[in-house]
Design a protein around this ligand. Sequence first.
Ligand code: 3Y8
Ligand code: NAP
Length: 243
Amino acid sequence: MPHLLILGGTTEANALSRAVAEAGLTATYSYAGRVDMPRPQPLPTRVGGFGGVDGLCGYIRDHEITHLVDATHPFAAQMSHNAKAACLATGIELAALTRPEWDEVTGDRWTRVPDVAAAAAALSGPARRVFLAVGRMHLDAFAVRPQHHYLLRLVDEPETLPLPDAEVVVARGPFSVAGDRALMQAHKTDLVVSKNAGGSGARAKLDAARELGVEVMMIDRPTMPPRLELRSSIEVLDWLDHG
Ligand code: 3Y8
Ligand code: NAP
């Protein structure tokens, strides 16, 4: 009897979760436990790390997992590398559920940087009004650039902030272009810093930036291990039928 483990946390993972539940398949949805109230799922759900590759191998064996779908965010590189290693070690099938990265279109004013550290390094100039839409986990990297006024969008209210001049909006995606345009106008944003997440949940700020003529600093994705990459829930269900 197949038992699927879905490494979740994205819009696409949530669509897969619904499709798998509707198909009546045996599956478990997994969150890292990054936020206080993760979205409830129509599948049995576990929350928290596995304890590295060994912990994930133990989980796979103890729960007789037969297939793993890595539907984590494109910046969740550690989890994706661990998933590849654990599937090799335990001999179970692995597929990733991914989404294409965003591409610049006419009217965009993008500067691409290779990673979060390079984004912080590139902010060496005079004070700007920065919409830092990269989440909570990388704020420390920008502490070296305290001269800017930051607008931070976070999923949960932070206890402390490493940035002296920052205002926080607590919100989780998916976001709207009208909402992000109004937010950026109210903040007088002159630069948006964004991960190249792809997908629909986080792209509104880019469309709003284009409409407002605001510059975007786009952080490229980390490298992923080679693995089978699927693009939709249908492709995953087909893979499960034949995998
Ligand atoms: C815990 C689980 C859905 C899925 C929602 C997607 C879309 C909306 C947009 C901005 C960018 C950001 C951030 C973002 C988006 C989706 C998707 C996505 C970006 C939840 C969720 C979990 C997380 C973790 C959280 C990170 C943070 C990143 C905020 C659930 C809501 C910035 C990524 O406070 C923290 O520790 C937050 C941590 C990892 C990145 C970071 O480095 O801080 N996501 N986000 C998952 C877990 O525990 O395993 O409750 O749904 C999921 C979603 N967030 O259909 O509702 O698919 O990308 N999430 C980025 O893309 O840049 C916000 O503000 O414009
Ligand atoms: P990461 O840096 O790649 O992973 C760090 C560690 O977190 C992993 O080694 C693992 O711990 C644990 N982990 C990550 N995802 C997990 C999952 N789905 N289930 C169980 N454990 C998980 O991951 P991250 O960037 O912090 O992302 C964490 C979660 O947030 C993922 O579900 C991801 O899809 C979601 N998310 C991330 C972003 C982002 O910008 N990074 C954006 C949207 C959503 P152990 O080593 O102990 O097993």
